[in-house]
Design a protein. Sequence first.
Length: 440
Amino acid sequence: MSRLAGGLLVGGCLLAACVPDVRAQREEPGWVDLTRSEFVEPNLGEKLDGILAKYEESGLSGTIVVGWGGLIVLHKGYGLADRETGRANGAATLFPIGPLTRQFTAAAILRLSGEGRLDLDDPIAEHLGPFPAPKDTVTIRHLLAGTSGLVREPAAVLRGEREAFLRAVREAEIAFPPGTETAPSPVEAILLAAIVETASGTTFESYLRDSLFAPAGLHATGFPGDSIAVESPPATAYRAGGSLLPTLARFPPPRHTLSLFRFLYAGNQDDLEPVPSRSYDWSIRGAGGIVSTAGDLFRWQMALRGEKILNGAEKAAFAGSGDQPAYGWTVEETRRGTPRLVAGGRGAGIESAVVVYENYLRYVPKDLVIVFAGNNDLGWGRAVWMTLEDVVYGEDYSVPLAVVSILIMLIVIGGASRQRKGRRVRILGRPRPPRPNPFG
């Protein structure tokens, strides 16, 4: 579909007062006309939205994009961006993306490699100054693959100033000899950000804006303090300590019946507390700190399909192949025996994920991309994209009424048996403190 045709289609739909059909250009997979308004496609999109609405009742909070075969079937917010003011999550909501930042850091390194400004097998000492043995043998490739073993206790070396951070890494106890084990650490991503600066001759933020964000068309992606984050404050992060409910939601019976049990686990949302904003410095740079929208994160994945960001060799390294690990991704296998690439993770009160199926390096007719950006740590991310994966690929199934009845009976009996005079104990999630008895 050409841009002219796409424009006529969108214009026609607007005249007809309907939601625009948002498609990726087949001949230019890096271009996506993802609107800032919410969008739910009839049929499949409505089915996905119905399931996510049940999850929303149980604490799901964030914005989700589902792209299927080049078509956006769902782009919608759920829950509240700010529980105090009642501001809802939506298509334009900014989220701190936490660990998903590492994917941009890895892409920056690979792009610099393609530009000839560094080699992945360079010892990090060539870019960051001398390191004591055996740390002097750690290479950029080790940092990308999570095999450096530089620091046994990562939290102990995180510092606000660059030189203080580097000094702490040099002096820290090593976890294992470089290249002998795999244990990704935020320290490695922060070191990569420092290497981006020395190799590019500019700041980490400037290089990402000019070499990644701009060519990918990410107009709602940046860093704390940027105009986008000032004009449109990101969603507030909320911490609750986790819940078992998202784990149960990965299985079909509870997935279809969550709304029936809401009275038993509504306390998960009662416990949510706002997380204070974290300073953006060298204790986080490269490993976190980026703010973005779910739409921009989807647009980023589409840009990676073309040549705007990474060339063919760089993309192959990014996604991994054969014995070569992926950089910025975890490679898993679906129940169908096909690859699933997952990026992101959970932080303090936030969760983000990009999940890609079928063929990462080029567009294919039945390609599935799921983006989740959330603002609490209840753990809904994996439950969300596993559910959406099942439904899109036709692996969802109805639940016999007998199973539902038995499940309801077990949960109700279990809940009743755990009631104690003067206090309530949660059976799905962490225990709640005793509440005062209003009757003495």
